[in-house]
Design a protein around this ligand. Structure first.
Ligand SMILES: C[S@@+](CC[C@H](N)C(=O)[O-])C[C@H]1O[C@@H](n2cnc3c(N)ncnc32)[C@H](O)[C@@H]1O
Length: 211
């Protein structure tokens, strides 16, 4: 976490940027996020949002939307929608399955206006997307232990399609990494690290920053 903590120092308060950013979230907000995210992803999603706040992120893109009610997958779309409601950031959620887009929309309730949906293959969509991406969350495709390369290659293709649009400062969060063969994150991790991105969180999810 060193590079995160070194990010900024407010000389008046002595707070580092992340501490200041998390203090700007209300206890209610933090409780909602913690509830949605669940045990596996709570810490990393909270860090992701805190980082977003610290850098003033205006755009979050996620691939893989909420696909079941009360999903155990982190309910990322709700997490990012809460952030958008609070900050005015724009959130895009891309998913190839029309039924999952519909489920996600119905799960969002009053958070629905804060998310722009796209029903398409994520690589195709990311290739066409033409705005800066401050925060990128990759969680499309399912990891299969008998065929790990399919999801790993898809995630690498997503990063490749988004790469030229990633802002500096910017962050990329990869889901499903603490699994056999490093899960979906195996190739993406190496791609980002080989280009100088720092891995600042390594758990079930991996978080990378470029500053
Ligand atoms: C694990 S779920 C996403 C869970 C969600 N992030 C959450 O926190 O609840 C994976 C999703 O990826 C979608 N998906 C699979 N292949 C895809 C592709 N090529 N492009 C976009 N989405 C895809 C599936 O339809 C599924 O809804």
């Amino acid at each position: 976490m060193c590079s995160l903590v070194r990010m900024t120092l407010d000389t008046e308060t002595g707070d580092v940027g992340l501490v200041r950013a998390i203090k700007e979230f209300s206890p209610d907000f933090l409780n909602h996020i913690a509830d949605y995210a669940g045990d596996l992803r709570r810490e990393s999603l909270l860090i992701f949002l805190t980082l977003a706040k610290a850098i003033g992120a205006k755009t979050i893109v996620e691939t893989g939307t909420i696909r079941v009610k009360d999903a155990p997958d982190g309910q990322s779309t709700k997490v990012f929608a809460e952030y958008a409601r609070l900050t005015g950031a724009k959130v895009y959620s891309v998913d190839i399955t029309p039924e999952h887009i519909e489920t996600s929309k119905s799960e969002l309730g009053d958070l629905l206006p804060y998310v722009t949906y796209a029903c398409e293959d994520s690589v195709t969509w990311l290739s066409r997307f033409n705005a800066p991406i401050d925060m990128l969350y990759l969680d499309s495709y399912d990891f299969e232990v008998d065929n790990p390369t399919a999801s790993q290659q898809h995630e690498l293709a997503e990063i490749g399609a988004a790469y030229g649009k990633l802002s500096t400062p910017g962050a990329v969060l990869l889901d499903d990494c603490a699994l056999p063969f490093e899960g979906k994150g195996y190739l993406g991790t190496r791609f980002l690290q080989s280009r100088g991105w720092k891995m600042v969180f390594d758990g079930y999810q991996r978080l990378f920053i470029n500053f």
